[in-house]
Design a protein around this ligand. Sequence first.
Ligand code: SF4
Length: 74
Amino acid sequence: MRIHVDMDLCQSHGQCAFAAPEVFSFDGDDNLVHAETAGESLRDALERAAAACPVRAIRIDGPAHEAATGEPVA
Ligand code: SF4
């Protein structure tokens, strides 16, 4: 899975870091930092993080997501 965060939207609320601390964290200046990719084992945590983000800044791309939307799986 690929993880995208729209940093123009992100307001550093931090809910994502609670939901998926393996992926999201904050640097010393309270800016969000995150992994670019994650394995399928983190899908549930990432979906919780995306749902918890109050500004909907998190997008997850990957084969299972594409299958769920009916688009062809690469
Ligand atoms: S929950 Fe959303 S707004 Fe808050 S830090 Fe994460 S991506 Fe940014």
